[in-house]
Ligand binder design. Structure first.
Ligand code: COA
Length: 261
């Protein structure tokens, strides 16, 4: 599949590095990028050869510096809401891919960039990464999930501080508050993220998908309902070939050969 704003490179393990490629605009998310991210998610979900996605930005300065401000100047109340809904659908498709999606945050992750990183399952960042939700500075609010995912990741108080002040925080502070999982030297960032993806790919693929689905659902449910859903998903795992293989391999002291069923 070919794109105009994304570069994709798939390795022999099925790990696809997706580079948002508008370096002259610090990889800002225009309509074309959002359209192509949605198409990418649909392809990655359907193609069994794709086993994990890594999202990063072109160049060494930016992951994504936000939604494209030039395009936002053209919106009104109706088209603004449509723009946000389209971004939500694309990001949600990545979040619900059923395969690991990891952000390699290699520079500015502002506005929509921070929101895209938060829609990924895990975030590693280079030391030059800067995070923030500066929309209020533009008279806007986040439109790609920032008001929803940021409080869930870092708590309401820290989220509101970032959302109301438009403060930019560095990678160390983002790590301290739980916005990123790990800070890695820029030159090692992609290799480290790939190593994480490879380690996940050694696990039972069905179980990894069930973990992603179960956590995603649990965040939306009251405690008792979330526990009931977990029990049902545990049952699905218990009935799987992967569970038979994984538990047998443990008892027989040999590596598991998972089928993903
Ligand atoms: N949308 C559209 N264009 C953007 C952009 C965005 N979110 N972020 C950066 N760009 C463009 C700049 O307009 C500039 O384009 P030009 O060379 O044609 O003038 C180019 O990318 C480089 O950005 P520049 O501002 O010159 O780089 P800098 O190093 O001085 O500053 C930032 C970097 C990230 C601090 C600054 O670009 C910035 O504040 N960007 C907007 C961040 C934001 O508010 N995001 C939320 C949007 S809702």
């Amino acid at each position: 599949m070919s794109y105009t704003t994304l570069l994709t490179a798939q390795d022999a393990d099925g790990i696809v590095v997706v580079t948002i490629n508008r370096p002259d605009k610090l990889n800002a998310l225009n309509d074309a990028v959002i359209t192509e991210l949605a198409a990418l998610a649909a392809w990655a979900r359907a193609d069994a050869s794709v086993r994990a996605l890594i999202l990063t930005g072109a160049g060494e300065k930016a992951f994504v510096a936000g939604a494209d401000i030039a395009e936002i100047t053209q919106t009104d109340a109706t088209t603004g809401a449509q723009l946000a809904a389209k971004g939500h659908a694309a990001f949600r498709a990545l979040e619900q891919l059923g395969k690991p999606v990891i952000a390699a945050v290699n520079g500015f992750a502002l506005g929509g960039g921070c929101e895209l990183a938060m829609a990924c399952h895990v975030r590693y960042a280079s030391p030059n990464a800067k995070f923030g939700q500066p929309e209020v500075k533009l008279g806007l609010i986040p439109g790609y999930g920032g008001t929803v995912r940021l409080p869930r990741l870092v708590g309401r108080g820290r989220a509101l501080e970032l959302l109301m002040s438009s403060a930019m925080i560095d990678a160390t502070e983002a790590h301290r508050i739980g916005l990123v999982n790990k800070v890695v030297p820029q030159e090692a960032l992609l290799d480290d993220v790939k190593a994480l993806a490879r380690s996940i790919l050694q696990m039972g693929p069905l179980a990894v998908r069930l973990v992603l689905e179960t956590v995603d659902r649990a965040l939306d449910l009251p405690l008792e309902a979330a526990l009931a859903h977990e029990a049902a998903q545990f049952g699905v795992a218990c009935g799987s070939d992967d569970k038979r293989e994984g538990t047998s391999a443990f008892l027989e002291k040999r590596p598991a050969q998972f089928s993903g069923r």
